[in-house]
Design a protein around this ligand. Structure first.
Ligand SMILES: Cc1cc2nc3c(=O)[nH]c(=O)nc-3n(C[C@H](O)[C@H](O)[C@H](O)COP(=O)(O)O)c2cc1C
Length: 184
């Protein structure tokens, strides 16, 4: 079984990112298991915790969970033209202690979304920068900038637009191909 962690950048109850992520989680083929990994309860990264052996339980749980994962899917909104602090904090927590990064070599893919027209382009590309440094092979194509997200979801949180469903399925298929290549 190949395990794919899904990290959602919004903590909002009715988050469009979360709803889109739930739809996408159902698109992985047999042999793939998706898990939503909570990043909302991670205290802001403070190196003293690691240096002084006073590691918050939430860090340990998160790091141990992520170590078990084969790949990571980020689904994120854009905050002020960049990534939300939740995602940056999770990346920082998982990258330390030095030499024990949970991200190293894991294939990653990014879906950004916005109720506006630009689909979180800024967040999507800013997220690529730390992922390069963290040595994560990132899905290049297709790029997923989901715009007008509020209108794409019905009252049950299901994506109601067939074109978007097909696009996201092709995105998942390409991600699965990347995961296979990296694992081979
Ligand atoms: C602090 C903050 C900053 C935002 N900045 C942007 C932005 O730069 N670009 C954008 O398209 N939407 C921006 N928005 C609007 C979000 O796209 C919108 O709130 C969206 O619903 C957030 O995703 P979610 O539904 O997953 O919570 C911002 C929202 C917040 C709360």
């Amino acid at each position: 079984m190949t395990k794919v962690a899904i990290l959602v950048g919004s903590l909002r109850k009715e988050s469009f990112s979360k709803k889109i992520a739930v739809n996408v989680a159902g698109m992985f083929p047999e042999g793939y298991e998706t898990e939503f990994v909570d990043i909302g309860d991670l205290p802001l990264y403070n190196q003293d915790y690691d240096d002084e052996g006073n590691v918050p339980e939430a860090y340990t749980t998160f790091r141990n969970t992520m170590k078990e994962m084969d790949a990571v899917l980020f689904v994120t909104p854009e905050y002020n033209r960049t990534i939300p602090a939740t995602i940056k904090n999770a990346l920082d927590v998982g990258s330390r202690p030095y030499g024990a990064s949970v991200w190293d070599g894991k294939p990653a893919a990014i879906i950004s979304q916005s109720p506006g027209n630009i689909g979180g382009f800024g967040a999507n590309h800013h997220l690529r920068q730390p992922l390069v440094f963290l040595n994560m092979p990132i899905l290049q194509q297709p790029e997923a900038y989901i715009s007008n997200s509020a209108e794409l979801l019905d009252e049950n949180g299901k994506i109601n637009n067939e074109g978007t469903v097909q696009f996201l399925q092709s995105f998942v298929n390409a991600f699965v191909d990347l995961i296979k290549k990296v694992k081979a």
